[in-house]
Every structure is written in C-alpha cells, then in structure tokens.
Design a protein around this ligand. Sequence first.
Ligand code: SF4
Length: 239
Amino acid sequence: MRPSSKEGFDGSLPSSHDALLSLPGIGPYTAAAVSSIAFGQASACVDGNIRRVMARQHRMTEPSNKEVQSWADEQLVRQRPGDWNQALMELGATICTPKKPQCHLCPVKSSCLGRETATNYPKAKKTKVKEITLWTCVEFDDAGNPVIHQRKQNGLFGGLWGPQLYEGKKPDKTGDYVFVGIVSHKLSHRAMTVHVFVSTQQSRKRGRNPSDLALSVLDKKIIGLIRESSDGYIPDAKS
Ligand code: SF4
C-alpha cells in the first residue's frame, strides 16, 4: 500500500495531485503544477493568468473558482498536461496581459468572445484586507531550539510549524519575557502584525530545529528576528 502523508511517503515527493495536496504548505495550484509538469499527471492548473484568459474567452466579469477550474479541466491536453499548463499560463503572462492584451498575436483569438473589449474581463477583485494583531512568546531549550508546534491542518498556516500565536492581546504568561520587536506579514486578505517576545529562561520543553521542519514565511521571520535580537538569552543551537 502507498505510504500516506502521515507516514512521510517514504521520504519521496508523491506524484499524484491528491497526495501532493495532503502535504503542508501545498495548495491546489502547486499540487496541479508539480503533478503535471514534473510527473506528467493530468491535472489542470488555475492561476490568475489562466483565470484572465478564461474570463476573456467567455466574456465573463466574475467567473467563480469552480467555473475557472472546470474550464481548465475541459481544455487540458491530457497527452501533455505539463506543457499545456505552462503554455496557458505563459499566454496569460505575455499576450493576454491585464492592461494591454496583444490579441493580434494570440493563438486562440478565433474562439475569444471578449477580444474587442478584453480589458473589461474579468472585473478586478476587490480584496478586503483584515488587519490582525498577534502576540507570540517564544521559549528556547538548552540546545538553542525554539519550542514550536505543528498547526492544525484546517487553520491559518495549516500543517506548518511555528510558535504559538495569540490574537488580540498579549497572553497572560508566567515567567520572564523580553520584547524583541515586531514582525509584519501580508497575505492576500490579511495584514498581520506580530509582537514578538522571548523567554529569558530556558524551556523545560523540547525545542525543535526549524531547519528540519516546514515553517511559514511569517514563522521564519519571527525566529529570525529573535535570533538577531536576543544574544545572551538563547544558547547556540547544536547541529
Ligand atoms: S484574443 Fe485577446 S483577449 Fe482573447 S485570449 Fe487572446 S489575448 Fe486574451
């Protein structure tokens, strides 16, 4: 039987779309791109470029993700899925561009309903960006490794490792913590400001070496800030 994501796939990158999707930090786009380009699997990619080509081909102002995915699935050339996905993304990136599409050069202009008024499609998405204030109080063990945990699969940064994040106000923690700085991080719909504290006491819990684990960019920034700013509080990490 094929090893599951919990069993680590025997240390090999899986080739199927669904197995790739089960890995922390891999979303639908990456799963489709890797499975089709690296392994020749019939998975259709959807990114912003492909969404734009689809919307213009059908004169749609607000195609849903489902509609775009279903269009991409229908168009996929199953004999050469990797080449097809790359060609479609390249078409959107170089010919069917957001502001100045070059329809006279387009290889699919004959089927395009929106070519006369291309820039009307799709309508620009208005993204509401939510501002979030977070706090973190990080402990390090005697080997200089931070105490981090794996986040739940269905939450923010699902499956990735990082220190505990608290929303709203600084947690009521016992022990001595010093403030080391603020980390800012933006996602498409969230702007996060993290107040970072580090414990001046060695943790009795076991830390983990971040370079052995999958961390989000935000968590890497937090650990990086602490390492740069907390000389004297953190023992050197043993390799
Ligand atoms: S004809 Fe123009 S609008 Fe239509 S897909 Fe090609 S570049 Fe885009």
